[in-house]
Design a protein around this ligand. Structure first.
Ligand code: CUA
Length: 313
């Protein structure tokens, strides 16, 4: 049974996962029994009652009380079990424990932003304490996204102009993947993040140091790390290939044509403006879809990113 579960489902890492899986397996098993039973009955009856001669006639059957009660009551019991099980599970998933740790989540095309109580911000990397309920209060900056952690068995739409929430309690430390499950545009499939569950002390540690710049890194190394950390590479390549946005390769000091036909030089001011107000000057042939990094990157971090872009030629 464990092997079958392993094949069918991702590892169950949250407190709610067992209940979700139990119901899933129940519905699957009932469906499998019905499928096999009905299929065999059809084949058997079509053989047993086939017309054998010209004189064969079908007797008139008005009703069969026993049979009719059976085929009404058995499915009723089955669907009531599914309803009761599903409803209690749903209520458990919708009722946030009062001591839940709250994290703000913002979906943007095409990244996830996580804001913590002490002002720490992370992009595409959610960090949570294990063995403690965590409530995510979510909203979108643009279109509808959907927040899904398969290992935790939680999924919820993330909407513009409205908060939605999802809560879970990770049962063990470790990393799991977060998907966007609402088709939200060209880089939807790159809108992937991770959730890392830490022990309480590791989590406190992470919170305190996450936004502190690693002083041992050179500006170029820091810039490279920031580009990976902030999801820039979901839309910008470093090898010259064209993705949603222009490639970094060879962009430094290049002449870039804009939508209105004017030409700009990709210098530090242009890069800085493009990070903070991405839609101010859109390169010809590209869509105005990049989210602003205002409030997410400090001046020093922007400088480091520019230093790194300079080196990609
Ligand atoms: Cu966001 Cu798909």
């Amino acid at each position: 049974m464990d092997k079958v579960l392993e094949f069918l489902l991702p590892p169950a890492k949250s407190t709610i996962a067992g209940q979700v899986d139990g119901l899933f397996i129940f519905i699957l098993a009932v469906s499998a029994v019905l499928l096999v039973g009905i299929s065999f009955a059809i084949i058997y009856f079509s053989w047993k009652y086939k017309r054998r001669s010209e004189q064969d006639t079908t007797p008139v059957i008005t009703h069969n009380t026993k049979l009719e009660v059976a085929w009404s009551v058995i499915p009723l019991i089955l669907v009531m079990i599914v309803f009761g099980w599903g409803f209690t599970g749903y209520m458990n998933m919708r009722t946030v424990p009062t001591d839940a740790y709250e994290i703000r989540v913002v979906g943007k095309s095409w990244l996830w932003e996580f804001h913590y109580e002490n002002g720490t911000v992370s992009v595409n990397e959610l960090h949570v304490p294990a063995n403690r309920p965590v409530n995510l209060v979510m909203s979108s900056n643009d279109v509808i996204h959907s927040f899904y952690i398969p290992d935790y068995r939680v999924k919820r739409d993330v909407l513009p102009n409205r908060y939605s929430n999802v809560w879970f309690e990770a049962m063990e430390t470790g990393e799991s993947v977060i998907f966007c499950t609402e088709y939200c545009g060209r880089a939807h499939s790159n809108m992937i993040a991770t959730v890392t569950a830490h022990s309480e002390s590791d989590f406190e540690n992470w919170l305190a140091t996450a936004n502190v710049i690693d002083e041992s890194l050179s500006p170029v190394e820091l810039g490279k790390e920031l580009i990976a950390k902030n999801g820039c590479n979901a839309c910008h390549s470093v090898d010259g290939s064209r993705m949603v946005g222009p490639s970094y390769k060879g962009s430094w000091m290049a002449e870039r044509e804009l939508e209105d036909g004017s030409v700009v030089t990709v210098d530090a001011n242009y890069l800085r403006e493009s990070i903070l107000e991405p839609n101010a000057k859109i390169g010809a042939g590209y869509d105005p879809v990049m989210p602003s990094y205002q409030g997410l990157l400090s001046d020093r971090e922007i400088d480091a990113i520019i230093e790194y872009i300079k080196t990609i030629d």
